[in-house]
Design a protein around this ligand. Structure first.
Ligand SMILES: [Zn+2]
Length: 92
């Protein structure tokens, strides 16, 4: 399917990073299964994936942490040390 954003490429299966901010709480979710445009990085997710993201966001809001990073497949936040490593090592 053609990218809605740039119209120059087709979406391909990949992963995305979602960032949410509400009430002073920042939640980042990595490794989210998504359809990604190789040209402009626009992406969209299936309804099931969005449901799962909502569950993770709720968990994060209840945790009381002001900043947390979750992996899509995980139930507990990733430690900041692990996050630093993820940022340091280019993956893909
Ligand atoms: Zn695009």
């Amino acid at each position: 399917m053609r990218c809605y954003e740039c119209g120059k490429a087709d979406y391909v299966p990949g992963t995305a990073t979602e960032t949410y901010e509400s009430d002073g709480v920042t939640t980042i979710i990595i490794d989210v299964p998504a359809h990604v445009c190789p040209n402009c990085s626009d992406n969209y997710m299936s309804a099931n994936v969005i449901k799962r993201l909502d569950v993770i966001r709720e968990t994060a809001m209840k945790s009381g942490a002001l900043f947390s990073v979750y992996r899509y497949g995980g139930d507990a936040p990733i430690s900041l040390e692990a996050v630093a490593e993820l940022i340091a090592v280019p993956h893909d």
